[in-house]
Design a protein around this ligand. Structure first.
Ligand code: B12
Length: 437
């Protein structure tokens, strides 16, 4: 039997190895032959793709749903059965089931082996639902060898996950509804055993918040320090004001943290993001930089409390605080979030199922903001990218940190982002996505 594991791509997919598929590979019995295709690395040939596959399994996010359904429909037309799983099918299983023979709802660790058994005996069910949160220690070491044939096409980072779940309930975020509020952690020895043998330049931790449980964080990253790793990850602001935690991060090899600052407005807490205190942002950025850690700051525009002055105020703050890298996003109503349900109830969604549009990036925002017209939001968002990555802003943000590495990384990353801002964001250039081009 041969199964093709497929990662569907969207306009803004990054060249990082998809951990979910390496996890499925590790859960697959060795007598089953596995193939792996990443639509991002090489667009999937809808007409002739996957010769010899008995089953195609696709991982789907909302932003990749349009493409995933296109791939699924093409396979099924050729008579190849399709399984869909991941965050999007988990929140919208009925929709996904119209493009699939089976839909996996939730985490796959316990369901995937069961599904394969059913498939072997021709008893594939329409839905497989994981009712309880999976113990993180039941998750196998991902089988990363599936990426080997394409290893040169990926950013040289191994993706590793140590925790799942999020205790915070931000209304725009999918995570707590899918992975739950309880914070689930892998045993520290298991994490160490996995990362010790990794060979690439560094690690991307696919945790929503590396500092979500402070005691676990302190134990894990203290234990990782002797391994002399280089890693980047995501963190919430809670815990980053403590000198002890910053020292642990630094010693464990943390090079950058992607942080959801989201907004400078104190009203941010009305969205449920109560762990952010905008009056502390300045100090936390400074402290991270002092410890040689890049604060990759994420901001969102389009909150109910935003007016058109938000763009300038945010960029001014980011430049004045010499933020090394920033990402600006328009709020997106992801299905399964309270934000989506609220906008729908308030009649403010411009496209109920925006994820089914092939050109969803160009159509965004997909909702009517309260404080400005949708067009103004899009225009301000573009302006923020352009302004933050303008040559004069890059110059103003140049700084001599006590640590050398953020300084070395500054220019190449900023020039790359400048290119992205000008071409992708402002000029709305899209990448060719067809295998025919
Ligand atoms: C790491 C990460 C990234 C990395 C991706 C690295 C990589 N290639 O692995 C980077 C930084 C590139 C990234 C980018 C983006 N991300 Co992201 N990311 C995450 C994060 C933190 C972890 C994902 C992960 O690797 N998890 C570990 C794996 C093992 O879990 P998993 O993928 O869920 O898979 C499990 C199950 O879902 C299931 N499963 C998954 N696929 C399949 C397939 C089959 C067939 C089966 C049976 C089962 C199955 O089994 C797995 C094991 O249990 C999640 C948050 C989260 N906690 O999930 C956000 C998250 C997935 N990202 C999100 C978003 C929005 C984005 C961006 C759009 C952001 C942006 N504007 O740029 C981009 C788009 C990426 C794209 N592909 O198009 C949202 C998605 C929301 C949604 N409804 O789709 C999430 C949930 C964050 C959030 N706060 O809401 N992301």
């Amino acid at each position: 039997m041969r199964i093709e594991l497929v990662s569907a791509a969207a306009e803004d997919s990054a060249r990082l190895t998809p951990l979910a598929l390496a996890t499925l590979a590790a859960l697959t019995p060795p007598d089953i032959e596995l193939g792996f295709s990443d639509d991002q690395v090489r667009p999937i040939d809808l007409e002739n793709g996957f010769p010899g596959a008995d089953l195609v399994a696709i991982s789907v996010l909302s932003k990749t749903a349009y493409r995933a359904y296109e791939i699924a429909d093409a396979c099924r037309t050729k008579g190849i059965p399709v399984v869909l799983g991941g965050i999007h099918p988990t929140v919208l299983p009925e929709e996904a089931s119209t493009h699939a023979d089976a839909v996996v709802i939730g985490e796959a660790e316990l369901l995937w082996p069961r599904l394969l058994e059913d498939f072997r005996v021709h008893r594939l069910q329409k839905f497989y639902r994981q009712e309880e949160w999976v113990d993180m220690n039941r998750s196998p070491v991902p089988r990363r060898t599936i990426f080997r044939p394409h290893s040169g096409s990926y950013v040289p980072l191994d993706v590793v996950q140590t925790t799942r779940g999020c205790p915070f309930h931000c209304e725009f975020c999918t995570v707590h509804s899918i992975f739950g509020s309880p914070f689930r952690m892998r045993d520290i020895e298991k994490v160490i055993a996995e990362v010790r043998d990794l060979e690439r330049w560094g690690i991307l931790l696919a945790d929503d918040n590396v500092i979500g449980n402070v005691s676990y964080f302190q134990r894990l990253f203290t234990a990782l320090a002797p391994l002399k790793l280089r890693w980047i990850g995501e963190a919430s602001l809670a815990g980053l004001d403590q000198e002890q935690n910053l020292k642990i991060l630094q010693r464990s090899g943390c090079k950058a943290l992607f942080i959801g600052f989201e907004s400078l407005s104190p009203q941010l807490k009305t969205t449920g993001k109560t762990q952010n205190h905008p009056d502390q942002y300045r100090q936390i950025i400074r402290k991270l930089h002092d410890h040689g850690i890049i604060a990759y700051a994420a901001f969102m525009f389009g909150f109910d409390f935003d007016d058109p002055s938000i763009f300038e105020r945010t960029v001014e703050f980011a430049v004045a605080n010499k933020i090394i890298l920033a990402q600006f996003a328009m709020l997106t109503p992801y299905p399964g979030t309270r934000f989506y349900s609220r906008l729908k109830a308030e009649g403010r969604l411009l496209r109920d199922r925006w994820w089914l549009s092939p050109n969803q990036e160009i159509l965004a925002p997909h909702f009517r903001p309260l404080g400005m017209e949708p067009e103004r939001l899009r225009e301000g968002w573009k302006w923020a990218w352009k302004e933050f990555y303008s040559l004069s802003s890059i110059w103003k943000r140049l700084d001599f940190w006590p640590a050398l590495h953020p300084y070395l990384a500054f220019l190449p990353f900023n020039l790359r982002q400048r290119h992205f801002a000008r071409n992708k964001i402002c000029a709305e250039k899209t990448r060719p996505r067809s295998w025919k081009e």
